[in-house]
Design a protein around this ligand. Structure first.
Ligand code: 5GP
Length: 195
């Protein structure tokens, strides 16, 4: 996805050797045109996977997730990170440790919105150590549904998440793969270095 790679090159801010800030188009301000293209790309890459729902985590997964859901003509569900008063008895929960924020979140969804017959595409903004994606896999399994695949906007390929999540056997598609953030610079993985 050249549009995404250009955006990362031009607007991404390298905060450290492991953390990239993309607040100008994904994590704070949102670029709707770019989100629409991302949604189309996920819909294309998972078109043969029988997706019936998209599942993401609040808040940064919602923009790419809703566009993917729109393009696939299915609903979007976002897991909550905080206990919601309106999410009452029938909730499924999973614990997700964030190495980036050094904190554990309990993510939750109401089991009302995922049925055993569902094939769920998981979408998230970043893949780093893989804990968020694995937490979503866990929620889908608890609901008795199938994971149709995992769509990631930005994968940091130098961290462990890619291997960990691919070891589950699900199809994982990342629209941008970052090979390194060393020396304050974004380096994409070799096959994407053309931007
Ligand atoms: P993981 O569970 O794969 O370690 O991390 C995934 C979550 O951490 C993402 O949903 C994202 O919110 C956050 N995250 C991880 N690495 C980065 C990063 O380099 N930049 C930003 N903005 N968020 C990140």
């Amino acid at each position: 996805m050249n549009l995404l790679l250009e955006k990362i090159k031009n607007e991404g801010i390298v905060l450290s050797e492991t953390v990239l800030k993309v607040d100008s188009f994904l994590n704070h301000q949102v670029d709707p045109e770019l989100m629409l293209e991302i949604g189309k790309e996920f819909a294309e890459r998972f078109k043969d996977h029988g997706v019936t729902k998209v599942l993401t985590i609040e808040s940064s997964g919602i923009a790419p997730g809703v566009m993917a859901a729109l393009q696939m003509n299915v609903p979007l569900i976002f897991a909550r990170k905080r206990k919601s008063l309106t999410l009452s008895e029938d909730i499924l929960t999973s614990k997700v440790y964030s190495y980036t924020k050094q904190e554990e979140n309990t993510i939750s969804i109401s089991n009302k919105y995922i049925q055993e017959s569902d094939r769920v595409l998981l979408v998230d903004d970043f893949l780093a150590n893989g804990q968020a994606a694995l937490g979503l896999v866990d929620l889908v399994k608890q609901a008795g549904a199938e994971v149709a695949g995992i769509g990631i906007v930005i994968e940091k390929s130098f961290q462990d998440g890619g291997n960990l999540v691919r070891a589950t056997g699900y199809k994982v598609e990342s629209l941008a793969e970052i090979g390194s953030l060393e020396n304050g610079e974004v380096q994409f993985r070799k096959e994407e270095a053309r931007v």
